[in-house]
Design a protein around this ligand. Sequence first.
Ligand SMILES: [Zn+2]
Ligand SMILES: [Zn+2]
Length: 403
Amino acid sequence: MTLDAVTDWTAASEAEFDEVVALRRAIHQDPEIGLNCPRTTEKIKAALDGLPLEIHDSTSTTGFVAILRGGRDNGRTVLLRGDHDALPMQEETGLPFASRVPGAMHACGHDSHTAMLVGAARALCARKDTLPGTIVFMFQPGEEGYHGARYMIDDGLLDVARPEAAFALHISPNIAAGVVVSRPGPLLASADTLRATIRGKGGHGAMPHDCLDPVPVACEIVTALQTFVARQVPVMDPAVLTIAQINAGSAHNIIPADATMIGTLRTLSEATRAKVQAAFVRIVEHIAAAHGAIGEAEVEQGYPVTMNDDRACVLMKACAEQLGGEAGWQTMPAPMMGAEDFAYVLREVPGAMAFLGVAPEGSDFRTNPPLHNTRMTIEESVMARGVAMHCAMAERFLNDGLD
Ligand SMILES: [Zn+2]
Ligand SMILES: [Zn+2]
């Protein structure tokens, strides 16, 4: 495909801009948390009303997919995803459209993700007749730790029109406005929760020989876990294992019966993830057993590694440069250890996710309040670029595929 053949998505997205801003502010003002975001879904569906889309609701969440079947169907299908849940925190931006819901705030930019995706749906519907394939718009709640994408996949929503590629954008106030940033391969980490209980025998603090003190056993486990990460995990395929909390005891002269600990495991490959998960269980059980105590270990599976497909990343880069010139794209030098539930989609379908810089005009992107901060704000004008990116990625994939 030559550049002349590419639809001018910049102009199309500018045309949608006022509605995109209005929707973003309406969602921002009325945030909802978790898997059930009925007021947000209602706003999105109202904004899509009248468009030639097939709506398929999720049965286990308030999310849905909207399907656009292009007029020149060549058999290709692409998915674009926007999440729309907020965070349990009190907004302190002072914006005129700040949250009116106490203790809830769109501090991760999901309001803008949704508004941009609606803008893209509108712009793409306007070109329905010439679109060479099918586009699935995925509107999902429950990204912030609730596995919303996995629930929607389990509901069968990837099978209504099975996509062969999937794309998502996540805003960042710590990237210069308008710049798209991503990388091939791992983009974000897996994030599992680790829990352990060491069962010993309580008693008098002065007579440990009559007890089975779980505290030194717990300490030995923490040290052994760090030794495992340092000596058994490949340095080029790393893991972060943090025991963030240890609880035991109630007074200076009582040996507790139990000790509990909780932590997080982050990895950049499923191989290292599985290896460290197995080691965690083994180390807890066996070190406890070595001391005559009982060690119980539990791994709560969190989000998988967010793995970008190399070819999808090349496509994304081409779109970013088409819209923003050479400065419109930056390759991330390394993955980040945060996590994203778009990872579940990318486990099923090759695709890519990128960050879109939304540093407010006049601000320093290096020092702006980051995502998940009570003062996080965005440069709304960049949302036009986000709309254009969605459109360009979808059109380019439908025309050319990933090869
Ligand atoms: Zn977040
Ligand atoms: Zn987010």
